[in-house]
Ligand binder design. Structure first.
Ligand SMILES: CC(=O)N[C@H]1[C@@H](OP(=O)(O)OP(=O)(O)OC[C@H]2O[C@@H](n3ccc(=O)[nH]c3=O)[C@H](O)[C@@H]2O)O[C@H](CO)[C@@H](O)[C@@H]1O
Ligand SMILES: C=C(OP(=O)(O)O)C(=O)O
Length: 416
């Protein structure tokens, strides 16, 4: 039988070394972008995740030939379909990222409308405004979004919010457009830079990725390339918090220190020791770390994808912390589950007031989304007795064998 829950027990301080996998949020747009290449592409450090399986299934459905072996994926594309069906988009919102490449390559894409999810309504208006600005006609009906264009022409596009997905989708759509596209108020996340690097290696002409203004000069064709995905800064952050919360001493390998700066800053403010070593980042926890305030923001601000994990940590910190979520309107689903474990948290609009208590108590809880699940795993490592986390398919979307990696550090955790 497939294990359906993770059981965590109060664990000793975590000790040892953990290697961080390739970034989920880089590999998904990069696999989508491979639809733009006329030749075979090779992608290395592919994380074995549920979401990665979904995007591979989707590009295979569209006509790609994919071979996966030992963390490496080769993709050769011969697009036969322009439609991304409901079944695949409902499993993962990031499936919508094939719209830009299909529009660029074939001038036509029909993608099932991604719905909201546990963390918010998550509209796609900014993606669509960008496609329209480039010259596409957009039609929405019967649960699908259809984009058609005889020709795409470069334009200046200002994003009302620096949306990661919209920046990526528009960047991919503009790769073959006539002339210059400029995305202003673009997202600056490291995953945008990784995608731009991948596209440039294939022959695209993209400048400014990583700043709020990205310039894409249209080219005629993209060729094959090899690319290694950047390490997952959110997985790294999650293990950094695990080490800190348990009072452990853990070396995090395969992490780009710049990408986790906002997390390092908060941990240091809590009283945790963070040391940059040749092999990675060493996190040394302490028993009475302080509560700190957190406000999530687009990069380089504190990542919303680390908010739930920090809240688990603040639940057992010394003092009171105010956590403000500004990126998603409804990303507090983990609060009720943490409260089941005894946490003292009050929600006021977009703020959570967390009063640190001495200890949590193990309980049966459910992962309502990916990072909520990670937060509950972390809470389970410091809670008295046994914590059972249900609906762990959410966790498997974004963490490579989380329980094995934690077990290697001495945590008492297993799948049941
Ligand atoms: C696969 C992937 O990379 N997922 C990440 C990506 O999601 P995703 O790309 O979906 O996140 P966005 O940056 O687009 O969303 C941020 C905010 O913008 C709003 N918005 C977005 C698009 C749009 O057209 N209209 C609009 O209003 C969203 O509802 C949300 O409130 O960035 C998020 C913010 O860092 C992360 O939490 C996700 O892990
Ligand atoms: C919100 C996340 O992912 P997605 O955008 O794929 O839902 C996440 O990784 O925390």
């Amino acid at each position: 039988m497939v294990p359906t829950k993770i059981v965590a027990q109060k664990s000793p301080p975590l000790k040892g070394t953990v290697r961080i996998s390739g970034a989920k949020n880089s590999v998904l747009p990069i696999i989508a972008a491979s639809l733009l290449s006329s030749d075979e592409v090779f992608i290395d450090d592919i994380p074995e995740l549920r979401d990665v399986n979904v995007i591979i299934e989707l590009i295979k459905y569209l006509g790609a030939d994919c071979v996966y072996k030992d963390g490496k994926l080769s993709i050769k594309v011969d697009i036969k379909e322009v439609e991304a069906p409901y079944d695949l988009v409902k499993k993962m919102r990031a499936s919508f990222l094939v719209m830009g490449p299909l529009l660029a390559r074939l001038g036509h894409a029909r993608i099932s409308m991604p719905g909201g999810c546990a963390i918010g309504t998550r509209p796609i208006d900014l993606h669509l405004k960008g496609f329209q600005a480039l010259g596409a006609d957009i039609n929405i009906g019967h649960g699908f979004v259809e984009a058609k264009a005889d020709k795409l022409t470069g334009k200046k596009i200002y994003l009302d919010f620096p949306s990661v997905g919209a920046t990526e989708n528009i960047m991919m759509a503009a790769v073959f457009a006539d002339g210059l596209t400029v995305i202003e108020n673009a997202a600056e996340e490291p995953e945008i830079v990784d995608l731009a690097n991948f596209l440039n290696k294939m022959g695209a002409n993209i400048k400014g990725a990583g700043t709020d203004s990205i310039r894409i000069e249209g080219v005629k064709k993209l060729k094959g390339t090899e690319h290694t995905v950047i390490p997952d800064r959110i997985e790294a952050g999650t293990f950094m918090v695990a080490a800190a919360m348990t009072g452990g001493d853990v070396l995090i390998e395969n992490v780009i220190v710049d990408h986790v700066k906002p997390i390092i800053a908060k941990l240091i403010e809590c009283g945790i020791t963070v040391v940059e070593e040749a092999g990675g980042l060493r996190i040394k926890g302490c028993n009475d770390f302080k509560a700190v305030d957190i406000k999530t923001l687009p990069y380089p601000g504190f990542p919303t994808d680390m908010q739930a994990q920090m809240m688990a940590m603040m639940s057992v910190a010394k003092g009171t912390s105010v956590i403000i979520e500004t990126v998603f309107e409804n990303r507090f689903m983990h609060v009720d589950e943490l409260k089941r474990m005894g946490a003292d948290i009050k929600i006021e609009g977009r703020s959570a007031v967390v009063t640190g208590i001495g200890h949590l108590s193990g309980a049966e809880v459910k992962a309502t989304d990916l990072r909520a699940g990670a937060a509950l795993v972390l809470a389970g490592l410091v809670a008295e007795d046994r914590t059972e986390i249900n609906d762990i398919y959410h966790i498997d979307r974004g963490y490579v064998r989380i329980e094995e990696k934690l077990k290697n550090l001495g945590a008492i955790i297993y799948r049941e």
